[in-house]
Design a protein around this ligand. Structure first.
Ligand code: GAR
Length: 219
């Protein structure tokens, strides 16, 4: 089986990268991680990747005069490693249109909200402040506009009455670790393809499990 060669870009602890790596460890998974690249000061993610036997690289954006020279270095490293497809996994650096268009339809991202709600930072604080009863996470193809792009998969997570940003973040993170590998599997296997600004699925997908929160007293 020809497996899709994936590069994972991280900035921090890399728990989503780890979830992807664990999925890729199965020999019948249609993708493999050939490089984990971090721009961050937090060494945690790279140490985890090394522990899993994956090639790693640290490229700090501080070492470059501007965004585009940093991104050229990223693309050079990724392509030298044979990367065909990028997973952004907590990569906390805005990418220019030039980089995004170079990797157009070959780069996906995970975001801790039900997009298009709560793009950007501090998603959980803002979800709690807005009073939404259901939040969640989204894996989507990357477009030049921040947190935009065709949505591949989402998980909904109920907001609890006593939630704090941290408690909500940790329940959503558990779902991130489920949906990110699934998104990669759908793409790498050809079960899902991006067509313009929407996804097309090879077979019927979805379920009609309703999630209502709070749960109504009457069934
Ligand atoms: C994850 O919650 C991810 O959704 C979020 O950063 C965290 C990274 O955690 N990404 C963004 O907010 C992107 N806008 P991780 O390093 O443990 O995967």
């Amino acid at each position: 089986m020809d497996r899709l060669k994936v590069g994972v870009l991280i900035s921090g602890r890399g728990s989503n990268m780890t979830a992807l790596a664990k999925a890729c460890a199965a020999t019948d998974f249609p993708a493999e991680i050939v490089l984990v690249l971090s721009n961050g000061a937090d060494p945690g993610g790279l140490e985890r990747a090394e522990g899993l036997g994956i090639a790693t690289e640290l490229i700090s954006h501080h070492g470059f005069p501007n965004r585009s020279s940093f991104e050229i270095a990223l693309t050079e490293r990724l392509e030298a490693a044979g990367v065909e497809f990028i997973c952004l996994a907590g990569f906390m650096r805005l990418l220019t249109a030039s980089f995004v268009n170079h990797w157009r339809d070959r780069m996906i991202n995970i975001h801790p909200s039900l997009l298009p709600a709560f793009k950007g930072l501090h998603t959980h604080e803002r979800a709690l402040k807005a009073g939404v009863r259901i939040s969640g996470c989204t894996v989507h193809f990357v477009r030049p506009e921040m947190d935009e792009g065709p949505i591949i998969i989402q998980a909904a997570v109920p907001v609890l009455a006593d939630d704090t940003p941290n408690s909500l973040a940790s329940r959503i993170l558990v779902q991130e670790h489920r949906i990110y590998p699934e998104a990669l599997r759908l793409i790498a296997s050809g079960a899902a393809t991006v067509m313009g600004e929407r996804m097309r699925f090879r077979a019927a997908v979805g379920n009609d499990n309703l999630l209502v929160n709070p749960v109504p007293a009457q069934p």
